[in-house]
Design a binder for this molecule. Structure first.
Ligand code: MN
Length: 352
């Protein structure tokens, strides 16, 4: 079996013409359109928000001004809330949309039926633009541009905008730049291609740096500091592996955010963070040099009836629970995790 996150070679080297062909094909699949719906993954991150914002601009440039951006869940992370506010990215909660009211459905930074998109399984999708390692079925009739070696979907969208001759406004450039910046971990993560850097530089010259500063230094609520306190107390390390369970959280974004923060602990290669939000255990996996985070997230989630996946070094998943099953499933989840990471025989050390 080929492990998608471990292969870094593009299927075909995507040159400029490849973008031109893809853009024209995307246009053919979407136009004419009366009411397109642009769907991101649930609890959206900057890359999917910027990608959706970019697609809305592109459609508007093509004369379709009525597109709607939607996602399930909500935006939790303070930076992402600031991004939406400062850049005026409009969106409608998925729960308030009626799929039948839309004549085109476009997925960005996400893939149909992969567990983290609120789209019903039978929804007819017209286009998928993504960089997660998923393969469209051979008989897929929808447009797809999946570049799993790309650092960010925002890079693909930036290339489309340039290829289409659509103006990239300072606000849109700020969004796309921030999408690439966060998804590539400031270009620190292995999964980035020359196109990511090319777009990063290009957007840098157009964007509004003051707005980016407001996004990256947002006001935070008290809950954020309580979560850090709780995470510090709950963190265990097993040599180069770190784990923290946050308990119930007010937004699943905290799980990803604390995984990022605690992963910076100097001796750690791996960091896993988990927490319960509504009827799911959410978890995030981070790696510094290993490239199997996505595979492990998928394996752990599937063992417990959930869904998971992601990139080589950044991955996540969720497992359904009820009030009655949460404690036993959490224990089983932690056992699976220790087994898969080969730490089940080690003694944990408390951080505090
Ligand atoms: Mn992304």
């Amino acid at each position: 079996m080929t492990l998608p996150s471990e292969t870094n070679e593009p299927d075909q080297p995507p040159g400029p013409n490849k973008f031109r062909e893809k853009l024209l094909s995307f246009r053919r699949h979407i136009l004419p359109a009366e009411s397109p719906l642009i769907v991101t993954h649930d609890y959206p991150d900057p890359d999917c928000l910027a990608s959706a914002f970019g697609v809305a601009h592109l459609l508007s440039f093509w004369g379709v001004k009525s597109s709607i951006i939607t996602f399930g869940g909500f935006v939790g992370r303070a930076e992402n809330r600031a991004m939406i506010r400062v850049l005026n990215i409009p969106s409608v909660p998925f729960a308030l949309t009626e799929i039948k009211d839309y004549d085109r459905i476009i997925l960005v930074d996400s893939f149909p039926n992969k567990g983290n998109v609120s789209l019903p399984a039978d929804a007819r999708v017209n286009a998928v633009i993504d960089h997660h390692p998923h393969e469209p079925p051979p008989d897929a009739t929808y447009f797809h541009d999946i570049r799993k070696n790309f650092g960010a979907t925002s890079t693909i969208i930036t290339k489309y905008l340039i290829e289409a001759g659509c103006e990239i406004t300072p606000k849109l450039a700020t969004a796309l730049f921030y999408g690439i910046k966060t998804d590539t971990g400031d270009m620190m993560r292995r999964e980035s291609v020359p196109e990511d850097i090319e777009c990063y530089k290009l957007l840098f010259d157009i964007m509004d740096h003051r707005l980016l500063s407001r996004i990256e230094n947002p006001d935070r609520d008290e809950e954020f500091f309580r979560i850090i306190h709780r995470a510090v107390e709950a963190t265990y390390t097993y040599e180069a592996f770190g784990y923290t369970y946050l308990g119930n959280v007010s937004t699943p974004d905290y799980v990803a955010e604390m995984a990022d923060l605690f992963h910076s602990l100097e001796r750690l290669e791996w960091m896993v963070c988990s927490g319960v939000f509504k009827n799911h255990i959410f978890f995030s996996i981070r790696a510094k040099t290993h490239a199997t985070a996505g595979i492990l997230a998928e394996q752990i989630a599937e063992r417990h009836g959930g869904s998971g996946g992601g990139h080589a070094k950044v991955a996540a998943g969720r497992i359904p629970v009820t009030a009655d099953t949460v404690n036993s499933i959490l224990m089983d989840f932690e056992e699976s995790m220790k087994e898969l990471f080969g730490i089940n025989k080690m003694q944990p050390e408390k951080l505090l």
